[in-house]
Design a protein around this ligand. Structure first.
Ligand SMILES: [Zn+2]
Length: 267
């Protein structure tokens, strides 16, 4: 299959996502895990050479349902990514359906990091550290791997972030790792500029931290973000809850209490 360089920003479909990743591979970008940012920064040769590296990162803000389509696609193209999972959003990473998806990602070579929400953290530093350690430990029990990297959820809120620069976890926005590092994100299912296209020019960014939200790319052709949020995101957000309710309805139908109750009403 011949792969075309990208000449305009990708629309938000799985097909376009595959084309984007394939085109980046074709452009000699090497994909590596975010946790390697710390060691790579210590290699001046890497930072100054023509070597091109992508730290592919995904923040899971809304749901895991269907996100395995993206992790599988990446594995098929031979690339790895770091998926940051929240323990405190409405989706439950401890639900068996979500555990299965997370462990499949790990088996594909991807890494799971902790996405933490500072609005839910105490301001006292030692209490905050304790909460972070508790979340990281819980996540590591799901992944059966140690948590080596963390990243802030919704940094635009501007809360003081005590975890951004420390030695225990690699944080991709740690000021110590920013040398020659370009950051591009698909926040709010939007491209704020056209910097992504520079990857396909004669002077591409050498180190790229590319953050995409897999939940934004799962519709086949819905580009309008409001329609997408209603038609694709909402059903994915409620998928596990709906299945749980349907299962419970079957239990009710067959429950002895239901039969006894209804039999009395018939009399
Ligand atoms: Zn987030």
């Amino acid at each position: 299959m011949s792969i075309k360089p990208i000449s305009c920003l990708p629309d938000f479909t799985i097909k376009s996502y595959r084309e984007l990743i394939a085109a980046l591979v074709q452009s000699n970008y090497q994909f590596t895990l975010v946790r390697n940012l710390a060691n790579d920064t210590l290699k001046p040769d890497l930072i100054s050479s023509a070597h091109r590296v992508i730290y592919l990162r995904h923040d899971i803000d809304f749901y895991l349902n269907g996100v395995d389509q993206i992790s599988r696609l990446e594995a098929d193209l031979g690339v790895v990514a770091t998926y940051y999972v929240l323990l405190t959003e409405q989706y439950n990473p401890l639900h068996p359906t979500n555990i299965k998806i997370i462990r499949e990602m790990v088996s594909q070579g991807h890494e799971i990091g902790l996405h933490y929400d500072l609005t839910l953290y105490p301001t006292d530093l030692s209490a905050a550290n304790e909460q972070l350690a508790w979340e990281a430990d819980t996540l590591s029990r799901i992944t059966k791997r140690p948590v080596t990297t963390i990243v802030t959820h919704q940094p635009f809120r501007g809360l003081p972030d005590p975890f951004r620069s420390q030695d225990h976890y690699v944080h991709p926005h740690d000021p110590r790792y920013q040398a020659n590092l370009t950051y591009i994100s698909d926040s709010a299912r939007s491209w704020r500029d056209e910097n992504l296209l520079k990857c396909f020019t004669d002077s591409p960014p050498q180190r790229l931290l590319l953050n995409t939200h897999p939940e934004f790319w799962l519709g086949h052709d819905v580009q309008n973000r409001w329609v997408y949020s209603e038609e694709v995101m909402y059903p994915n957000i409620t998928a596990i809850s709906e299945k749980s309710l349907r299962d419970q309805q079957v239990v009710w139908q067959n429950h002895i209490a239901t039969q006894l109750h209804d039999a009395r009403e018939v009399k």
